[in-house]
Design a protein around this ligand. Structure first.
Ligand code: GLN
Length: 486
């Protein structure tokens, strides 16, 4: 069996046991990246030479008897909004097309100290704004299960690379669903941690009160392994939580007896296809058969989450993206005689794509005096109500189970001209970001050759229970064994 078929935990174990070298692992994955990129187009940058050098140096350390870490020799891809020193961090935007990061993100430091081998930076919707990876300024990525379909977004490159086994693990970021929605579309496991569990230092900001970095993997155990590496306190992020971490892999006991699984009816309305409904209900039935208990829940504010998000996220984005002015870094477009305002406006018109410009305009409007109370302040109040709905739900249950997305992956081009339809792809994932809760998507079915995602939502900082339920379900079903044929 090819090494690229193995989960990350087994790759790391074989390297530790000296059955295979880090270099052999790197070479196999790099060869697969090269072979499949013409079909999948997951990567903006592949750093093959650096990856080989890194693998060789890890092999030398291993030969010298050193401990190379829990991810020792495991290839990993990074979404291109995560800074890695000396590498381009483009955010799939013309604005940052040639920006080379002068420092490592916190998560990158953590991965390197745990022995990971970085193989490249993956495609995304520009600055994370989108649900299909078609908003990349460079090229769209394709779904490995069916290359006429989108992989979802905005972490579409990271997710497609994991699904295609070009890498065993990748990092994405999730502001309104950008890890879970593509995981649902590509048949991967994607986890958005509790807001504050993973430091955002070195993640290019989109909407700072919502953004979280998280793992993409082909199994629950691999997601737990990667979460263990990146989670934990960092004083460079003021919202980073300072608490001892549990052992996430130890949470995978396989036992769900007595757990109460909440089923919020509102998440099964709003255009959820019957194939998705059936698969998610069958997954819940499976968990009940394994000893869990199903509880009906009502979350009436769910229907306002999408509108509320599209005030708060663009407002924060309009402020965060104000830094791209042609002065400090990134693109500069200037003509002779321009003053600084003209330069900024030329730069921003040329550097930002349509969707990004659109969001900046909405956000600036929502924050402007005279409209602030009607939009931004109101949205913050609704956000509080959404949070309270979750608090009330978690008095009756331990985890919530919902679809990850209303439908399976749509066709490339299908929703480009219909921004509302595109945004509805995140209707099940957005409420969770509004409440800062952890949530995970894992495969729970197939329809017409495309995967269906089950979303599990947990209490604040209760990633362990999510992983436990997901792991038990995964072990009891056959979905982990399914492979796209490329
Ligand atoms: N698709 C949503 C948006 O366009 C969420 C994106 C994300 O989570 N980064 O804003």
């Amino acid at each position: 069996m090819s090494l690229t078929e193995l989960p990350a935990v087994q790759i790391a174990a074989r390297i530790q046991a000296k059955q295979v070298s880090c270099r052999e692992v790197a070479d196999e994955f790099l060869a697969r990246i090269e072979a499949l990129e013409p079909q999948v187009a997951a990567f903006i940058t592949v750093s093959a030479d650096e990856a080989r050098k890194r693998a060789d140096s890890l092999d030398r350390r291993l030969a010298a008897g050193e401990d190379i870490g829990a991810l020792g020799g495991v290839p990993i891809a990074l979404k291109d909004n995560l800074c890695a020193k000396g590498q381009k961090t483009t955010c799939a935007s013309k604005m940052l097309e040639n920006f080379v990061s002068p420092y490592d993100a916190h998560v990158v430091q953590r991965l390197l100290s745990d022995g990971a081998v970085l193989v490249g930076k993956t495609n995304m919707d520009e600055f994370g704004m989108g649900s299909s990876t078609e908003n990349s300024a460079f090229f769209p990525t394709r779904n490995p299960w069916n290359t006429s379909r989108v992989p979802g977004g905005s972490s579409g490159g990271s997710t497609a690379s994991v699904a295609a086994r070009q890498v065993p693990l990748a990092l994405g970021s999730d502001t309104g669903g950008s890890i879970r929605q593509p995981a649902g579309f590509c048949g991967c496991v994607g986890l958005k941690p509790t807001y504050g569990l993973v430091s955002r230092y070195g993640l290019v900001a989109f909407a700072s009160s919502l953004d979280q970095i998280g793992p993409l993997a082909n199994s629950v155990e691999d997601a737990a392994l990667l979460l263990q590496s990146i989670a934990g306190h960092d004083k460079r992020d003021s919202t980073s939580i300072n608490r001892a971490l549990p052992d996430y892999r130890a949470a995978l006991t396989g036992d769900v007896r007595g757990l109460r699984i909440g089923i919020p009816s509102q998440f099964f309305a709003q255009g959820v296809s019957s194939a998705v409904q059936n698969a998610v209900h069958a997954a819940i039935d499976q968990l009940v058969e394994m000893g869990a208990q199903a509880v009906e829940i009502s979350m009436p504010t769910t229907e306002y989450a999408l509108s509320c998000y599209y005030i708060i996220a663009p407002s924060e984005a309009s402020s965060n993206l104000a830094r791209y002015d042609g002065v400090k870094y990134g693109l500069r477009v200037v003509e002779s005689g321009d003053d600084v305002i003209q330069m900024a406006s030329r730069t921003r018109a040329a550097g930002f794509g349509h969707e990004v410009q659109h969001r900046i305009l909405i956000g600036t409007h929502a924050l402007s005096s005279g409209f602030y109370d009607a939009y931004y302040a109101k949205a913050q109040k609704v956000r509080t109500l959404i949070r309270r709905d979750f608090d009330a739900a978690f008095e009756k249950c331990d985890v919530l189970a919902t679809p990850t997305t209303p439908t399976t992956a749509f066709a490339l081009g299908e929703k480009v001209g219909d921004p509302l339809a595109m945004k509805l792809a995140d209707v099940c994932t957005i409420p969770i970001n509004m409440a800062g809760l952890p949530a995970l998507s894992l495969p729970c079915g197939m329809d017409n050759g495309l995967s269906i995602g089950l979303q599990l939502i947990g209490r604040l900082l209760d990633e362990s229970t999510l992983l436990r339920v997901a792991g038990a379900y995964e072990d009891a079903t056959q979905w982990r064994e399914m492979r796209p044929t490329l």
